[in-house]
Design a protein around this ligand. Sequence first.
Ligand SMILES: Nc1ncnc2c1ncn2[C@@H]1O[C@H](COP(=O)(O)OP(=O)(O)OP(=O)(O)O)[C@@H](O)[C@H]1O
Ligand SMILES: [Mg+2]
Length: 202
Amino acid sequence: MSNEIELPVRKSNLFFKPDRVLFQFGAVLGDGSCGTVVQVTCNQCAIPLVAKLVVLEDDDDPGTNFQNEIEISERMGDAGIGPRIVASVILPRPELHSTVGILIMEQLDFTLSALKQNQYVAKDILDVLLVKLRQMLQLGYRHDDLSVENIMVRTNKQSQVSNVYMIDWGWTTSHSPSNSSFDFETNAIIQTLRLELQQINF
Ligand SMILES: Nc1ncnc2c1ncn2[C@@H]1O[C@H](COP(=O)(O)OP(=O)(O)OP(=O)(O)O)[C@@H](O)[C@H]1O
Ligand SMILES: [Mg+2]
């Protein structure tokens, strides 16, 4: 694949000229089971960006799941629950018998697994996450793949955590929002994450 692509960008204020932008792919930042995340540069970008590149399985309709991930990522980014989404595309590559999905979003700083902080900060992070988990459930979604690898933070110049986001909406399911199960669900998720954090000596 070429290391640059021109795409229409979502209506957003991340750009000085928000119509079509030439994105250039750079260094690999992270590898998951499905995607590779690389740094992205472009002339008009006001903030650092990354691209999640996914080679989609060659089944009957390889774009459907990724299209779903794109739409949910956009909604979660707009709500401040995930990183803001800037552009996306699903490209059939018949010559390679595959399809490639690209999701361009704002860059975050550290996954929870990579962040070394004391317990007090860990508590703050989990408090912010609790609010965002409730918001997500109220919007009618369950992430269904939350772990210390799929939660990222933004840090400020003093290296303090300034915000917390969920990433990787590939396994997310929709449901009818019902307030009654929120506390039960969010508490269970937070408890699991707290244990995961203790295990990695947070
Ligand atoms: N917005 C971002 N900014 C910086 N790094 C990111 C960002 N999104 C993802 N990453 C890095 O890339 C890694 C993989 O991304 P992601 O979790 O979205 O894909 P994945 O794990 O391959 O997907 P899946 O869990 O569906 O297999 C993350 O764990 C993180 O290290
Ligand atoms: Mg992941």
